[in-house]
Design a protein around this ligand. Structure first.
Ligand code: URA
Length: 433
């Protein structure tokens, strides 16, 4: 079999056989297929698409390109959630302790941020001392002890995705439903969880820009999961504006701590309650979503969700005094307020512009080698639907960089103010099951 023939076949709009897909992935992981041929194949798939069988085979080939984790040593139904990426998305930091506090078993492997989207691992690492590196056995032991672990993917988990994702990121081939679906689902399946809740973001700050494509991606992933006997559901959530108010690593951890104390922003809490209710019914710990929501509200009120987060930080070597006293987190040397030049309602606070700006302030990486400034970022004082007067603060910028005038201009331009009344954005668009 020659790789160039497979590329031409897909380029011309034909289906690939299972054998051909498996050949590509196995040879690519062994470095026998070079990056330039995989790039060409990714581009052919982006333009020509794949049918259900091809996507299922690609997912399976990727899942088995490395270690597949066995979580059977953890008693009970293991639940996991995965977001397709967003700005200000600290959901895992709040949601995972909430569901674990009700009794769910969460063995979660998270990723790092790249480009305008943040990553849970970077956020967690802003807590001094916290380690996200654990072996499979250490993760299992931690979940058996406290019900919860959030760690980095081990090197051997889905090596095909590590290579392919890095390539897609720099070749304009991220935004493809077959490629996103196989990337996400191969990792979720390989990480051994029983039930999967996908958070598919939609909007200008997400990979899926409109509801139709978000729906198609959700349905594709839910079908893959179900066909392999994993209870898989998807929430489609808004990513036209950032989630919550904080964007940037330690700023988001502080917002997560506030949320676990019951003082979280409405959109973030709504997403956590909705996602958590689904996860608890998937874990068969609650009969229905109403009962689950009540339990989640209870563990926020009685402090058990916060305690679960504290325990996790402690188990992973983090300094819990930062969780108990979040004012200890280092604050950037420059704090700049961006004021509104108009009065009216906020119509837009574009997630993409805010995410890119936060990255330029030091909160994210442009390339995988970049070092993150954990204290950098943006706090939104106003979001879509807020009323502002001239001179009100739209948002507050935190950075250790000087000469950021261009970035401040971009942040100001991320906002659009109008005279007509605007309603806040509803964070949950749909549930696909
Ligand atoms: N998240 C992933 O893990 N993979 C993708 O391809 C896109 C988002």
């Amino acid at each position: 079999m020659r790789m160039v023939d497979l590329i031409c076949k897909k380029r011309d709009g034909h289906e690939l056989t299972d054998e051909e897909i498996r050949f590509w992935i196995s040879e690519y992981v062994k470095d026998s297929v070079p990056d330039y041929q995989s790039s060409a194949m990714n581009m052919a798939i982006l333009f020509r698409g794949m049918n259900k069988r091809e996507i299922a085979t690609l997912t399976d080939a990727m899942e088995h390109s490395g270690t597949v984790i066995d979580l059977s040593a953890i008693e009970g139904i293991k639940v996991d959630k995965h977001s397709t990426g967003g700005v200000g998305d600290k959901t895992t930091l709040v949601l995972a302790p909430m569901v674990a506090a009700v009794g769910a078993k969460v063995a979660k492997m998270s990723g790092r941020g790249l480009g305008h989207t943040g990553g849970t691992l970077d956020k967690l690492e802003s807590i001094p001392g916290l380690s996200i590196s654990k072996s499979e056995q250490e993760m299992i032991n931690q979940v058996n002890k406290i019900g919860l672990a959030v760690i980095g993917q081990t090197r051997s988990l889905v090596p095909a995705d590590k290579k392919l994702y890095a390539l897609r990121d720099v070749t304009g081939t991220v935004e493809s439903i077959p490629l996103i679906a196989s990337s996400v689902m191969s990792k979720k399946l390989a990480s051994g969880t029983d039930a999967i809740l996908l958070d598919v973001t939609v909007g200008n700050g997400a990979f899926m820009k409109n509801l139709e494509t978000a729906r198609e991606l959700s349905k594709t992933m839910v079908e893959i999961g179900k066909s392999l006997n994993r209870d898989t559901k998807a929430i489609i959530s808004d990513m036209n504006e950032p989630l919550g108010l904080a964007v940037g690593n330690s700023l988001e951890v502080k917002e997560a701590i506030m949320s676990l104390h019951g003082n979280g922003p409405d959109d973030l809490m709504e997403l956590c309650y909705s996602a958590g209710s689904i996860m608890l019914t998937q874990a068969k710990l609650c009969k229905n979503r109403d009962e689950a929501r009540k339990k989640l509200e209870e563990v926020i009120k009685n402090g058990e969700a916060f305690n679960k987060f504290l325990l996790m930080v402690k188990e992973q070597g983090g300094d819990i005094s930062y969780i108990e006293h979040p004012e200890k987190f280092e604050i950037s040397k420059n704090i700049i307020e961006i004021k509104s030049k108009q009065s009216g309602y906020v119509k837009k606070c574009e997630a993409l512009d805010i995410g890119v700006s936060a990255m330029k302030l030091g909160a994210g990486r442009e390339t995988i080698e970049d070092i993150i400034d954990m204290s950098a970022g943006i706090i939104l004082n106003k979001k879509v639907g807020s009323y502002v007067n001239i001179g009100d603060t739209l948002c507050t910028v935190y950075t250790n960089k000087d000469n950021v005038d261009d970035v401040l201009k971009d942040i100001e331009n991320a906002y659009e103010i109008t005279k007509e009344k605007i309603e806040p954005i509803k964070v949950i668009k749909e549930v696909i099951e």
